[in-house]
Structures are given as C-alpha cells and as structure tokens.
Design a protein around this ligand. Structure first.
Ligand code: CS2
Length: 452
C-alpha cells in the first residue's frame, strides 16, 4: 500500500499555525480544508515541542486522514489544508513565513500551559524557558526558541521588519479570554525586547478570541490501521475525532480569512457566553471525570461517565456552574444531555490521564471562576470545591505520570491551602473554605480504591 500523497498542488500558504498536534488537525485544519474550495487557504503548520508530526506529514505531502468516529462507524476524510509541516524549532522558517505578505492569519494550539502565564495572567518572567528565549530573541541569531510567546514575537518582529502589514492571531486553546491572554504575554515579551516592536504590535496585530470544541483523543496504532483500510493509503498522521464540532470567534481579520462560517463557524461580537459554557460545562466536567475517574480505577471518559458517582458529581457541578451562565435553563439542559452522549461515545477512547495533565493551568479556568462567584453570592461552591478536592486527592496518590508545568512544586507541596494557593492565591487564606476543601479531599477514595 502506498502512502497518502497529493495528485494536485498543495493550496498556497496564506495562514500559519503554531502547535501542530491532533487538535489542530481535527479542528482548524479540517475546517480550513472544507471551506472556500474555489479560493483555498493553505496552512504552514509548525510543531510544538517535538518535530515528529512535521516529519510524518511532510512524507505524505501534508495530507492526513481525519477519522470522524460516530457511535457506530468511522467516516474517513482526507484533509488537504496543510501545505507545509515544519519543525517549530526552525526559527528561520517561522520568521520567513510570518514575514510573508500572503500570510494573513496565525492560529495557535499550544495548550493552556503554553502561554507561560503566572497565576494572574502575566508573562511568567520567572520561568527559565521564558528567560532563555528572551536572551535568544535579544541575540537575534536565529537559534531555536522553545516557548510559544517567543516564537510569536520572533515572527511578528520579522513581519514588522519586512513591513508586510497587519495579521490576525487566533488562539484556539481552552483559556478564558484567550485572545486577551495571548495579547498580554506577547505585548509583555515584545515590550521587554523593544518598545517600538510593542507599539507596532499594538497597531498592527489583531487578537481574536475563540471558543473551540471537538473531542480528539490521542490516535493509536489501531487508528492508523483503520485509516489505511478506509482510504487505501498508509497514513502515519491520521487523527480521530467525534462528529461534533464548534468554533465561535470574535475579533478583526484585517487581511482577510478563510470563510470558516461555510462549515458552521460562528462570528460573534463577544465569545464570553460561548466560552464559559464550553469551558465550564464540558472542560470542567472532564476534569472531574479525569481525577475522580482515575481515583476510582477508570481509564477512559466513557468508563468514568458510566459510573453513577462520577456522573452524579458532574451533574452537581453543572447545576452549580449553570447559575453563572446567561443561557436559558432549557438550552443548558439540552447542552448537558448532549455532553453526556458525547462523553459516553463508546468508540472514542479518550484517556482520563490525558485530561488529568496540566491541572494547575486548567483548574484555574474550570473550577476557580465558579468557586469565586459562588462564594461572592454567599454559597459554599461545593461542586467547584469537589473538582479541586478530586485533583488534590489524585495528587496525593503521587501519580508516576504526573504532567504539569509545575510538577516539581506539586511533588513537594502537601498542605491543602498551599495547593489551593497555586490555582487561586486569593482564596487560600480563607480558613472556612480550606476546611470545606479538606473535608471533601478526605471523602475521596484512597489510591486504587473503589467507592467513597
Ligand atoms: C480536555 C479537552 O484535555 C482536556 O483538558 O478537557 O482537551 C477537551 O477534550 C476539548 O476541549 C474538547 O473540545
């Protein structure tokens, strides 16, 4: 069987992407490939930490199969939008690409942790990787950069120097106010480097906010076999995703954009209600299922949501979070029922361990905003506390595969209030809250146990 390859030219590169992972392939690249067939936009996609995806995709002309996995069967779509797949450490390629006037949009999927933010949303200038990149940007000798903010700033500096005009930056990570979050770290880093660059960015770069959704589990060897069977071509970069997808965007595209609305993207004035609904209801439930599910011996989302206790905690969380959402109760109830069906899809093997990663970054945006709102309204915020308690109980099992940018701190931090301080420094002095949280932590199961 031969590998996937193009019989026609790849579409011209008109946008770039940072963070060529599975989610980019199942979401923005899929979307870009299905719209604007007569006037296609090609993507130059740069990898994040590892160059593996660039090597695999380059060997198949940027093509890959998206397996859309319904409850009964898979549908295979070959996605044409990635014209170039490039190692993100190749600074010359990145700066060359962003300096091109044809490139008008830069999308990003670099994970919550990839924005290198402190607890209050500023650029983490205490992070050695950020400092090393600041030194590399100052040296300006094209050496590899590790962090996403530095890669973006290097690209924007090249664009400013080439005078190739405005560009829209479109972060597609599950971060509250992701456009503003990206603007903050990019502006701070550029300001450290050169105030004139910071001024140029303020005048020429649009930061678009988005709410993004499509459950995309990590692909397995079996998935690659399925893609080959369905397409008749070998494919080392196939991805699996659920049929559901959502993309809501707010912000300006001064140099134009692909007509993503043709495939259902929504352009709105304010993404906040959509983002909160998705981040709190879907991602919040995911975090509860991940930590509670792992504690109760489950491995996948479908297994955890079939457990009455886990599902009960998710329902309690939804009732609490819904009090702080503007949508009508009936709309939210429908959304929640749909989430149960999406989580229960038995053919999607979404590993809880994958969701459990980066808890310090995720819980700040999932549990903490509801906890603050509940306390401000005179409530205990029990369901938000439950999510934090599950995380703390999970940390106490000393997981061997703990993945978190603050893993070192997590391994040495024991006390509940100190762990709380990592995600919500403003709440950690509240003794009553810490006592509530402690009580919930002690109710969680012991490692590898079952039941409460
Ligand atoms: C998940 C998300 O890993 C996680 O934290 O909650 O990746 C989730 O699957 C996506 O946001 C779904 O759109």
């Amino acid at each position: 069987m031969t590998a996937l390859h193009r019989s026609r030219e790849a579409p011209p590169v008109r946008m770039a992407h940072l963070g060529l992972g599975a989610f980019h392939r199942s979401h923005q690249a899929w979307w870009t490939g299905v719209v604007g067939r007569s006037d296609p936009w090609g993507i130059a996609a740069f990898t994040g930490r590892s160059a593996t995806a660039a090597t695999a995709l380059t060997a198949q002309d940027g093509l890959y199969t998206l397996l859309v996995r319904g409850p009964e069967s898979d549908q295979a779509d070959v996605v044409p939008a990635i014209s170039q797949a490039i190692d993100g450490a190749d600074t010359a390629a990145l700066t060359g690409c962003l300096a091109t006037s044809d490139v008008r949009v830069l999308t990003l999927t670099v994970t919550e942790a990839g924005y290198c933010r402190t607890g209050d949303g500023r650029l983490d200038l205490g992070d050695p990787a950020v400092l090393a990149d600041l030194a590399a940007l100052t040296a300006d000798d094209g050496r590899p950069l590790r962090t996403a903010p530095a890669r973006v700033v290097a690209g924007l500096r090249a664009r400013q120097r080439a005078d190739t005009g405005p560009i829209a930056l479109v972060p597609c990570d599950n971060l509250s106010g992701n456009g503003e979050a990206l603007r903050q770290v990019v502006a701070e880093l550029a300001g450290e480097l050169d105030p004139r660059l910071a001024e140029w960015i303020a005048a020429s770069v649009s930061f678009v906010s988005t709410a993004v959704d499509r459950i995309t589990p990590r692909s397995t060897a079996e998935d690659l076999d399925t893609a080959a069977r369905l397409t008749g071509r070998t494919d080392r970069a196939a991805v699996v995703a659920e049929p559901f997808r959502e993309w809501v965007l707010a912000g300006a595209f001064p140099g134009g954009r692909p007509p993503w609305e043709e495939a259902g993207a929504q352009f709105v004035d304010d993404v906040t209600p959509y983002e909160h609904r998705k981040l709190w209801l879907l991602n919040g439930a995911h975090s509860i299922l991940a930590y509670a599910g792992l504690l109760r011996g489950h491995r996948t989302v479908a297994d955890a949501v079939a457990d009455d206790t886990c599902r009960g905690w998710v329902r309690e969380w939804w009732a609490e979070a819904a009090r702080h959402l503007p949508q009508p109760a009936r709309t939210l109830a429908g959304y929640q029922d749909q989430l149960i069906d999406r989580f229960a899809n038995p053919r999607i093997r979404h590993l809880l361990a994958q969701i459990a990663s980066d808890g310090t970054q995720k819980l700040r945006m999932r549990a903490v905003p509801i906890l603050r709102r509940e306390r401000a309204a005179g409530h205990r915020g029990e369901a938000a506390l439950r999510m934090l308690a599950c995380w703390i109980a999970y940390l106490r099992t000393e997981p061997a595969d703990l993945a978190d940018p603050w893993a070192d701190r997590l391994r040495t931090t024991r006390r509940t209030e100190d762990l709380l301080a990592l995600v919500a420094p403003d709440l950690a002095d509240d003794d009553a809250l810490v006592a509530d949280l402690d009580a919930l932590v002690s109710q969680q199961v012991a490692p590898h146990g079952k039941g409460k």
